[in-house]
Design a protein around this ligand. Structure first.
Ligand SMILES: Nc1ncnc2c1ncn2[C@@H]1O[C@H](COP(=O)(O)OP(=O)(O)OP(=O)(O)O)[C@@H](O)[C@H]1O
Length: 260
């Protein structure tokens, strides 16, 4: 469970996140949506502790973030940033094993690391040097690393998986594969928070969506409640139409640019 109260982040005179209050619940897949520059990544960086808020407090499992030790925090929440630094010359398996660093047992967890790679359809990449991987392959390997960090056994402590655009480099099959894994993690009790640009995939996989604009939350709730044509049109500066997705019980969003 993640909670933020009166969260703000200011750089010089600009408020990138403005007085946000939010709760991200365990057992749910929560998607953060919004246009470029809305503050989604900044919010995620604040929530995971990478940035220090200008005002406000963040709680993990009811305890203020400032009171968590770095090691306990690393066991409680795993973060996949938009761009992860690639350790020079590491193999994919070694990168995934970095997910066990907080536990100090990477040497004995090769089997689990291979399972994490399997979950992201990347087991065949295990012995490849990561600097030679394609963008999508590397993104799947990094996803496997955070899966190993948080684990996939059912949990009752609401530990968190925080993913910033985890499917930006993936083909459609792997996009669905990664989002299915994230949803399955939520079903096992994990608090799953995902920044995502694809409105239709968000509608299909998220239990709860948070729609951001200019550093604030415009609306949040179930996808069908939040993703109205008027709201999507306003937030993204487009003409939007919403219909039923023929493949599942989710809204399907179509947009075009308004005439100039
Ligand atoms: N350190 C900084 N100094 C000044 N401006 C910043 C800083 N960090 C972020 N910004 C600005 O704050 C705004 C929000 O950035 P953020 O990365 O959170 O947006 P985002 O919603 O994740 O966008 P995108 O969809 O493009 O990834 C942007 O306009 C960005 O240029």
């Amino acid at each position: 469970m993640i909670e933020a109260r009166q969260l703000s982040f200011r750089v010089r005179e600009r408020e990138l996140v403005r007085s946000l209050n939010l709760r991200v619940r365990p057992g749910e897949f929560t998607a953060i949506l919004g246009p470029n520059g809305a503050g989604k990544s900044t919010l995620l960086k604040l929530l995971c502790g990478q940035l220090k808020p200008t005002t406000g407090t963040i709680f993990f499992a009811g305890k203020p973030l400032a009171e968590w030790s770095a090691r306990d925090l690393a066991k409680y929440r795993a973060v996949l940033p938009q761009q992860s630094a690639v350790p020079f010359d590491f193999t994919a398996l070694e990168v995934v094993l970095l997910g066990r660093s907080p536990y100090g047992d990477a040497g004995s967890q090769e089997g689990l690391a291979r399972e994490a790679l399997r979950m992201t359809d990347s087991e065949h990449l295990a012995d490849r040097v990561v600097t030679t991987l394609s963008g999508g392959e590397l993104q799947r390997v990094q996803f496997a690393r955070v899966l190993l960090q948080i684990g996939w056994r059912p949990v009752s402590d609401g530990r968190c998986l925080m993913l910033d655009e985890p499917i930006s480099n993936l083909d459609p099959a792997h996009q669905h594969g990664a989002l299915q894994v994230a949803r399955n993690m939520a079903r096992r009790g994990v608090t799953v928070l995902v920044v995502i640009h694809d409105l239709n995939l968000a509608a299909q996989y998220a239990d709860h969506v948070i729609l951001m604009k200019e550093g604030g939350i415009v609306a949040e709730g179930a996808p069908a409640e939040v993703m109205t044509a008027e709201r999507i049109g306003d937030v993204f500066s487009v003409h939007a139409r919403i219909t039923a997705n023929p493949l599942c019980e989710a809204p399907a969003v179509f947009v075009e640019l308004p005439p100039r």
